[in-house]
Design a protein around this ligand. Structure first.
Ligand code: 16G
Length: 256
């Protein structure tokens, strides 16, 4: 399968807008958007680097950089000697709603290397939401950590976790797993309540997750509790709905 209407699809007037950032990124988003919308289906063969440079009216370096970004983002696969192909949808990840696991443990079990980019971390005065969810007095501070979470280098979720300062006095100690830091200090969550909803990505989150702005994602709020019932964690996360499936096992209601 090749790209139909190649000439016009890749022509610069269809994707380049002066002042909207580097050409390679604009070309990359143009191709990425077409993959996301299905205009370029799985296994579509993209034109060769040279042909693409000609069609798009850019240098081969620009094309190479755009393709490298698409490969990095998992949208395109390069086969030596055969060319660049649109990838099919990757395997979806099933996330059980009935077990209390951490991102790091969950990815480890699936043989994936997890990593986190700290976007923001520190001790803050609580927002009204945090005060309520964590049962704080208005004068108690919270440790707040916002992270971009990736698996095998691919961005999967953005999570903002808040923990009472008393239970996590040094948020900068969370370098890999929040739960392992909490476990080490004897503050493991043993129960959690989650609220799941759908929403569309705003510009900042879209850029972090490498998805087109407006993509549908899952919003999940988790309130985690210690064995004595004290709230230990309030996490708001944005999860890629093209990868995650949240699965719950259901049993008949014993009262009916
Ligand atoms: C999961 C939890 C999140 C928790 C994090 C800890 C969901 C929806 N959310 O992502 O609430 O804070 O794990 O992961 O599962 P960590 O120990 O790897 O930092």
């Amino acid at each position: 399968m090749t790209v139909h209407g190649q000439d016009s699809f890749f022509a610069a007037h269809n994707w380049f807008r002066p002042g909207r950032g580097p050409r390679y990124l604009q070309l990359c988003s143009h191709i990425g958007d077409a993959i996301a919308s299905g205009r370029l289906g799985p296994e579509t063969l993209l034109p060769s680097e040279r042909a693409l440079a000609e069609l798009a009216g850019v240098s081969r370096v620009t094309v190479r950089k755009a393709l490298a970004r698409l490969v990095r983002d998992g949208l395109v696969r390069q086969r030596r000697g055969a060319g660049s192909f649109v990838r099919g949808p990757g395997p979806r990840l099933e996330h059980s709603l009935s077990t209390l696991t951490s991102f790091t443990e969950y990815m480890q079990r699936r043989g994936k290397a997890s990593s986190s980019l700290i976007l923001n971390a520190g001790l803050f005065m609580p927002t009204p939401d945090e005060t309520m969810s964590l049962g704080l007095s208005p004068s108690e501070r919270v440790a707040r950590i916002e992270r971009l979470r990736s698996a095998d280098g691919q961005p999967m979720a953005i999570e903002c976790s808040s923990v009472p300062e008393e239970l996590l006095p040094a948020p900068d100690t969370v370098t890999t797993s929040l739960y392992s830091v909490l476990r080490n200090s004897g503050h493991t969550p043993v129960r959690a309540v989650q609220r799941i909803g759908a929403c569309n990505l705003a510009a900042r989150e879209a850029e972090l997750l490498n998805l087109p702005e407006g993509s549908a994602v899952l919003k999940i709020e988790r309130a985690g509790y210690l064995a004595n019932g004290r709230p230990v964690e309030f996490t708001r996360g944005t999860y890629r709905s093209d990868i995650y499936d949240f699965v719950a096992e259901l049993r008949p209601d014993a009262t009916t």
